[in-house]
Design a protein around this ligand. Structure first.
Ligand SMILES: *Cc1c(COP(=O)(O)O)cnc(C)c1O
Length: 450
């Protein structure tokens, strides 16, 4: 019979896990999951865990969701996959129509890829290729924000700015221009989020003014830099950036791969600044955590710059084998239907308010600086001396103790370094939120002793 120990032994003999120092698993047990149901994951020994991080930010409506399962089963019976060049199919068309409808006004074209990093690669290539088609090939540089994350393939890594990745793979990456982040964690005592994000826009404005003739696009994660430690900022930054990009004729790429699909309280984070980016990258929640799929939404203006006689060789050059996979598109369509039918955004407002109350006590902990939140993303940062903003040394890995305390108490929480965060599936209940909050507080307390 399969139990945790037997599956883990086989795993460690054959697998290599993502972003993991495999040697850790000599003392840190892997958790083999047998099944999922709603917010719950269950292992082979019968232990269960509330998935408080949506399985790396992808799950929206719980595991083994009956509606999505039914849609997937139905699709499987008629068409599992077909080439998307020269051919088309209903789920790809319907999903593109639907995405055009729900994303900010002006995004009228949908280009599919099959994961988040690939979507970022597409947006970067499309932006550059647009300028090339307009005979402005000198516009080939990208502006990014400090501490930003856009995925892990080489192009996506290059436009990201997480220090560890940059240091490790730097020699393989194209060079970018980095602006300071609007991240409000660094604001002065008593300064508002808005005032700080406005102030932080000034160096970005200068960078754009100075380099615009060689810049293709600015890329950023709207409102929350997720992998960079759930660092958050005010929507005014996006408004100011949109204006500057228009003024200086450069593209704005909004990477909503993590923050899209309701995470920040609105369906898309850009809505809170009332802006339309030139490119919007979507993945993760797009299929509610079921299948790999991504989409890059863009404008008619961009599309038209590629639309020409074949001989002019202006067509966009990008394809993946599984582009627009019918199973994934069908699941994404069902996901968007659930948003409408079940009034998810309205319900999330209640859940977010409940979470704010439930996690509020963390802010009083002597080793937590503040609790920050944008809708359904909430974070609290463990620090050695919060008043002086002195971090714990990174190698102390205190987040791991929080993780372990959670696993022993029916919660999967997986801090990013020393940043605890809560980003649950939207089917979580108030009492489950209370339990996660209690375990977070206990875990942080244990992790920050001595
Ligand atoms: C996860 C993520 C990506 C990369 O998506 P993958 O599917 O993991 O390649 C890109 N950008 C952001 C903001 C993300 O959070």
């Amino acid at each position: 019979m399969t139990d945790n120990a037997s599956l883990v032994a086989r795993d460690l003999a054959a697998l290599w896990h993502p972003c993991t120092q495999m040697k850790d698993h000599e003392w840190l047990p892997l958790v083999p999951v047998k099944r999922g149901k709603g917010v719950w994951l269950e292992d082979f020994d019968g232990n269960r865990y509330i998935d408080a991080i949506s399985s790396w930010w992808v799950n929206l409506f719980g595991h083994a969701n009956p509606r999505i399962n039914a849609a997937l089963r139905d699709q499987m019976e008629s068409l599992e996959h077909v080439i998307l060049a020269g051919f088309s199919h209903e789920p790809a068309v319907e999903l593109a129509e639907k995405l055009v409808e729900v994303t900010p006004a002006g995004l009228s074209r949908c280009f599919y890829a099959d994961n988040g990093s690939a979507a970022v690669e597409v947006a970067v290539k499309m932006s550059y290729h647009y300028w090339r088609n307009l005979r402005r090939p000198e516009k080939k540089r990208f502006i990014t924000l400090a501490n930003s994350y856009h995925g892990e393939t080489l192009g996506a890594l290059a436009v990201g700015n997480v220090a560890l990745y940059k240091e490790t793979y730097g020699p393989l990456l194209m060079e970018t221009l980095a602006a300071p982040t609007p991240d409000c964690f660094e604001r002065e005592e008593g300064e508002s989020w808005e005032a700080y994000s406005r102030r932080q826009f000034e160096p970005m404005r200068k960078l754009i003014a100075r380099h615009h003739q060689e810049v293709s696009a600015v890329i950023l994660e709207p409102l929350v830099q997720c992998a960079g430690g759930m660092r958050m900022y005010h929507p005014v930054y996006l408004e100011l950036l949109r204006e500057a990009c228009d003024e200086y004729d450069i593209h704005l790429i909004a990477d909503e791969i993590a923050v899209g699909f309701g995470r920040t309280g609105t369906l898309f984070a850009c809505e809170q600044a009332n802006i339309t980016p030139d490119f919007m990258c979507l993945s993760k929640g797009l299929t509610a955590g079921y299948l790999p799929l991504s989409a890059v939404m863009t404008t008619e203006k961009i599309y038209q710059a590629f639309y020409d006689e074949y001989d002019n060789l202006t067509a966009f050059l990008h394809s993946h084998s599984y582009t627009g996979n019918p199973l994934a598109c069908r699941v994404a369509l069902e996901t968007l239907k659930i948003f409408e039918d079940d009034q998810i955004i309205v319900r999330n407002r209640e859940l977010a308010e409940h979470a704010a109350r439930a996690f509020a006590p963390l802010a009083d902990h002597p080793h937590v600086r503040e609790v920050r939140q944008h809708g359904m993303i909430l974070a609290a940062e463990m620090m050695k001396d919060p008043k002086r903003r002195e971090p714990f040394p990174w190698h102390e890995r205190r987040g791991l103790k929080v993780y372990q305390h959670g696993l022993a108490n029916e919660v999967l929480m997986r801090p990013l370094g020393h940043v605890f965060y809560f980003m649950p599936p939207y089917v979580i209940t108030e009492s489950q939120i209370d339990h996660v909050a209690k375990m977070a507080l206990e875990g942080i307390d244990l992790a920050t002793r001595d």
